[in-house]
Design a protein around this ligand. Structure first.
Ligand code: BEZ
Length: 255
């Protein structure tokens, strides 16, 4: 998960939309004061802070030490720690959370069954999960065009670090982990990337594998801009072709 190094400051400034969209999920979680909530993949801590401000007993984990360091700098009083969601033993104790929340993280974990098992183990029986990740077809235009460009340069087709499941596929993953899936939605969410270099900045931040071995990265990204401009640039801005998979699920009372 978060397989590439992360620039936590850049994440907060140029890519703050990740956090912004998470706010919709918090509404869906509907956590009440006093409830215990785990933010699985808390990034720089914004949502944990927001929950705590509402009186929720929230803590967060993230696999990136840089993200956790930044979260602690921003919010020194928060309970945030480094943990790999593939390992239930790394969940902050005591487990038995009333709610688990996860935004834009699970698509970095191809071992989806292991992550689902961790989320399940973190919840108390009757507890609820609200999660959103990239879904099937997410950023297909960017990925396809970058790979075409690489092929034109006789560069290898890199393995994808991402996991973008279908509704049926991810529902099955959650059910196998023991969840009762109460909702699953796949929807397009074109996402505005700030600045004239928005697309290039996004690729540098999130898609290092598409640049691996490229002799002249700047020229590659300029060419990518040109090829994607007609489909992803409108109203004076770049729009990434995000497609989200949002799920709600509960750990059964008897589970
Ligand atoms: C996403 O949020 O969908 C995403 C972010 C970075 C890389 C790939 C997907």
């Amino acid at each position: 998960m978060r397989a590439q190094p992360w620039d936590a400051e850049l994440y907060d400034t140029r890519h703050s939309f990740v956090t912004g969209y998470g706010a919709e999920l918090l509404t869906l979680l509907d956590a009440h004061p006093g409830e215990r909530v785990l933010d699985a993949g808390c990034g720089t801590g914004e949502h944990v802070a927001e929950l705590c401000a509402q009186g929720v007993d929230a803590v967060g984990v993230d696999a990136s030490p840089d993200m956790v360091r930044r979260a602690r700098e921003r919010f020194p009083d928060l309970g945030v720690s480094v943990a790999d969601l593939r390992d239930p033993a790394q969940t902050p104790e005591p487990t038995g959370y009333d709610g688990v929340f996860s935004n834009a993280v699970l698509h970095w974990i191809p071992e989806a069954g292991r992550a689902a098992a961790t989320l399940f183990a973190a919840l108390r029986p009757g507890g609820r999960l609200v999660a959103e990740l990239g879904g099937s077809g997410n950023i297909a235009a960017i990925d396809t065009e970058a790979r075409r460009l690489r092929a034109g340069l006789s560069l290898a087709d890199p393995a994808s670090p991402w996991y973008f499941p279908t509704v049926a596929g991810y529902t099955a993953v959650l059910e196998r982990a023991g969840f009762d899936v109460t909702g699953a939605w796949l929807f397009d969410r074109p996402t505005r990337l700030d600045g004239a270099d928005g697309l290039r900045s996004w690729v540098r931040m999130f898609a290092g594998h598409l640049l691996a071995g490229v002799p002249d990265t700047d020229a590659f990204l300029v060419e990518l801009d040109g090829r994607l401009r007609s489909s992803l640039y409108r109203d004076g801005a770049w729009w990434a072709d995000y497609r989200r998979l949002r799920v709600t699920a509960t750990r059964p009372e008897a589970g």
